[in-house]
Design a protein. Structure first.
Lengths: 291, 379, 197
């Protein structure tokens, strides 16, 4: 079991990259903490981890984390991650995306990665709004809620991310909130251990924009709301539909087995008698000298 | 009797086999005419050699995946045509910014938009130069024969690795689909260049280290270096910066890397230029009509020569400027409404008249169109 | 230098194989190119028309053959036009040089624009020797070899056997030699006629 200080020392670019860009009270830091603690629990070699993100508040997470980090273009994290994973199937590849980044501009990559069941762990931070650009409504903004581009109330309906992931072929889906940080850590840990496309939706707060526009109060108040409205899926099973109306179902909601993409492709290579190209060759060193 | 290494090949086949000879280990692409044969052949051949092929959900994802794979150590490429090339532009810009070696093959067809999927054009010349936003300095090659296509695909990989940059290879519908004889060289005859690897320990490593050649050594993911890459403007260590001096330094590096090495990068071919008053300038498939045309015109006693840029970007302007010193007339032949002609106009002195002859109806330019232009403009 | 240039131009021999989409003309172009280029040691380029044209309308495949370097890859003035349909014959006859060779499949081409044309029933011959019109293109190639001599029949046979779908080798071989025989016979007949006049 790692202590907080060893996690900070081992997994954060603690000397270089702080203070971070997130607003005081933002839930993204709690998600990052839960992710790093679950990595420490699993004792994953950080040289073997690639963390990929897109653009947005959540997209800034990799800059603080001491892994191989790839901060890509808006919406494309999972597509870049697909290339990384196929080129180095033995590396642990994590995509960190937001709700706008991952489901609007990046929605196509999300469903196709799920369909392929490629072994990427996707941490989807859902704060229900585009934070970095100033509070525009996103594919998870609830009906009638206010965004800076939905000033009269949102006339669109949000995605159910769990149904989307399931329907597309993901083999693991869990949901947690930033209030339930310990549970989030457990869920992310399970997702990291899953061989296949796994998704953890992390309900987070954007009190700066979403909270203010929708009069939901401070960070504390929004997180308090999560405490009061989250209900574990196992507990919810025993309740009537009226009792769980409007609640957030948390916990592991989907966990199945299905052949994983890179394993299937490695098998194909084997079947065709192909040898994976040798990784680091000593000739390359010579090349470096002659140039 | 046929030698084993003499084959009849399509341009797209030659491109695919050239990529295999260059050591491609990752291909991510999306089907589009007239480039599809490249993906089809690589999907069949790559896994046999331990390489990995994936058909992505679109061209945006294809470009993203080849960048991701390259950072993880693969020699990666994609192949597309105009509409797909347009979709790739944002992520192609990411690769220029983060200095990721990769190869993009654009088998050109008529445009704009869906245009002419099965007909020829050379109208992506300027898109290859200016396609993504911001200042950047691309390397773009244009092949004109099947043999060229094979060797220039290898060259594209080598330049990408040597200069840590995306390289675009422009082919076109006619070249992609036509067949010609080609001699496949033995692997011992093929020069392969690999990216320069860091020699410093990880704690000293800077992913965008400033060097005399402006090319930074490159570690791959999984080798213990744990560097950061971002499309945000960054300092030599790779982390975002907002400092004016560092921003300028980064953009200067991107420019210098290509422009200060232009002599090494630029390639061109020349014919009959010694006594030429008239210089025909043509590239890609049109260079072949021009080769025929200058021969016909020479028989008719025109003092005409041919300059064929092989790297169209950076444009071999130093050499052409020298050639045009002795020329009264430059004729630029292209399958578009006049793109590279602007580059020639920029460098021609007032003494040299620059005229264009263009074709953009989906058909190949004939040698006689160029000969007629020589006759007409010469008067 | 000039002499050499002249030679380069004169050395070009331009062939167009034309008919309608589905008659295997592109495939025939590939067979001819491989036989002439890879086995015959000459330079060769083969181009074709794609698109809706290739799916039912007039379809074509051009083959340029030369001892020297081939610069322009497409046909400019045809030395040889092979037309398997009336439509193709009408459409492309104008591209044939004055002294160019015209070979037509008289199964379908009834109106022949010149009395110098070589008229042979390729489709009927294909049905006769192989029981299927699918090998009409190969019959035509055999005749082309006999009439023009630009491609060695043995080289064509190697290529046809190498590229024919598995299980159809015998039919294709029979078709090729039937075409060759028909071509030779027609040549003999022509020579006999010449001797008479």
């Amino acid at each position: 079991m790692s202590t907080a200080s060893t996690i900070v020392y081992n997994y954060l670019r603690s000397k270089k990259k702080f203070p971070h860009v997130w607003c005081p009270g933002c839930g993204i830091g709690i998600v990052m903490g839960a992710l790093l603690r679950s990595m420490a629990d699993l004792e994953i070699d950080k040289n073997n981890v690639v963390m990929v993100s897109g653009i947005g508040c959540t997209g800034r997470m990799p800059v603080y984390c001491d892994f191989n980090t790839l901060h890509t273009t808006h919406g494309r994290a999972i597509a870049f991650a697909t290339g990384v994973k196929i080129a180095k199937p033995n590396m642990k590849v994590i995509a960190v995306v937001g709700d706008g980044d991952g489901l609007a501009i990046g929605g196509n990559h999300f469903i196709h990665a799920a369909r392929r069941n490629i072994d990427i762990t996707t941490i989807l931070v859902n704060n229900r709004i585009y934070g970095m650009t100033g509070g525009q409504y996103s594919p998870t903004t609830p009906w009638q809620k206010i965004g800076s581009t939905a000033p009269h109330g949102n006339v669109e309906h949000p995605f159910d991310i769990c149904d989307l992931a399931k329907g597309s072929g993901a083999t693991y889906f869990a949901r947690g909130t930033v209030y339930h940080a310990t549970q989030l850590q457990v869920l992310i840990k399970a997702a990291l251990q899953k061989k296949g496309f796994s998704v953890v939706e992390c309900i987070s707060n954007c009190h700066t924009l979403y909270g203010r526009l929708n009069r939901e109060g401070s960070a504390v108040k929004m997180i308090q709301w999560m405490k009061e409205n989250a209900i574990n899926a196992k507990v919810a099973e025993k309740k009537s539909p009226e009792e769980i109306e409007g609640k957030i179902l948390t916990g592991e909601l989907w966990n199945i087995e299905r052949p994983e993409y890179t394993e299937q492709y490695e098998r194909l290579i084997e079947r065709l008698g192909g040898k994976p190209p040798a990784e680091e060759k000593p000739e390359e060193k010579e090349e470096a000298v002659t140039q | 009797m046929a030698e084993d290494n003499i084959k009849l090949m399509q341009g797209n086949e030659a491109c695919a086999y050239g990529a295999l000879a260059a050591g491609v280990t990752f291909f991510g692409g999306y089907p589009i005419t007239p480039s599809t044969e490249i993906a089809e052949i690589l999907s069949r051949e790559m896994p046999k050699n331990g390489g990995r092929f994936i058909q992505m959900e679109d061209e945006i994802a294809s470009m993203a995946a080849i960048i991701g794979a390259s950072v993880a150590g693969a020699k990666s490429m994609t192949a597309t045509s105009g509409p797909g090339f347009s979709l790739m532009q944002e992520n192609l810009g990411y690769a220029y910014m983060t200095e990721v070696p990769c190869v993009v093959v654009d088998v050109q067809r008529g445009g704009p938009s869906t245009g002419l999927p099965t007909k020829v054009a050379q109208a992506d010349t300027m898109q290859a130069k200016w396609g993504t936003h911001g200042d950047f300095f691309p390397i773009v090659l244009a092949a004109s024969t099947i043999e060229d296509t094979y060797h220039m695909t290898i060259k594209a990989f080598n330049l990408a690795e040597k200069y840590r940059t995306p390289v675009t290879l422009l082919l076109d519908e006619v070249l992609g689909h036509m067949r010609e004889k080609i001699r496949i060289p033995d692997s011992s005859e093929v020069e392969i260049v690999n990216r320069i690897k860091p020699t410093v320990p990880p704690e000293w490593y800077q992913h965008f280290e400033l060097t005399a050649t402006h090319v930074s050594p490159m570690a791959n993911y999984g080798e213990g270096y744990r560097f950061h890459m971002t499309g945000l403007t960054h300092d030599p260590s790779g982390f975002p910066t907002a400092k004016p001096a560092e921003i300028k330094e980064k953009l200067d590096k991107l420019k210098s890397k290509i422009m200060q090495n232009a002599d090494d990068i630029c390639a061109y071919s020349e014919e009959f230029l010694d006594d030429a008053h008239i210089v025909v300038i043509a590239y890609g498939i049109t260079a072949r009509a021009a080769q025929q045309a200058v021969r016909i015109a020479r028989q008719r006693r025109f003092k005409v020569g041919l300059f064929q840029p092989i790297t169209i970007w950076p444009f071999p302007e130093k050499r052409l400027r020298k050639i045009l010193e002795n020329a009264d007339l430059a004729i630029v032949a292209e399958l578009n409404q006049g793109q590279l002609i602007h580059e020639v106009r920029k460098i021609a002195k007032t003494k040299t008249r620059v005229v264009g002859t263009f074709r953009y109806d989906g058909e190949l330019m004939t040698p006689m169109q160029i000969v007629d232009k020589i006759k007409e403009a010469h008067r | 230098m000039k002499k050499q240039n002249k030679k380069e131009n004169d050395a070009r021999f331009e062939v167009r194989l034309s008919g309608s989409g589905g008659q295997g003309l592109i495939f025939a172009g590939v067979l001819l190119s491989e036989a002439v280029g890879v086995y015959g040691g000459k330079n060769v380029t083969q181009t074709q028309s794609y698109g809706p044209e290739a799916r039912g309308g007039a379809s074509r495949s051009d083959v340029v053959i030369s001892e020297g370097t081939i610069y322009y890859p497409k046909a400019m003035e045809l030395d040889l036009l092979m037309a398997l349909t009336q439509e193709a014959c009408d459409k492309y006859y104008a591209d044939l040089k004055e002294d160019g060779i015209l070979i037509v499949d008289s199964t379908y081409v009834r109106l022949v624009p010149t009395d110098r044309a070589y008229c042979l029933e390729f489709t009927r011959a294909a049905r006769r020797v192989a029981g299927t019109p699918v090998v009409t293109n190969v019959v035509a190639l055999g005749a082309l070899s006999a009439i023009t001599g630009i491609v060695d029949i043995n080289n064509l046979e190697k290529v046809v056997l190498g590229r024919a779908p598995r299980g159809t080798e015998d039919k294709n071989k029979a078709a090729l030699h039937e075409g060759y025989r028909m071509g030779q016979e027609l040549l003999k007949q022509r020579e006999a006629e010449k001797a008479v006049t």
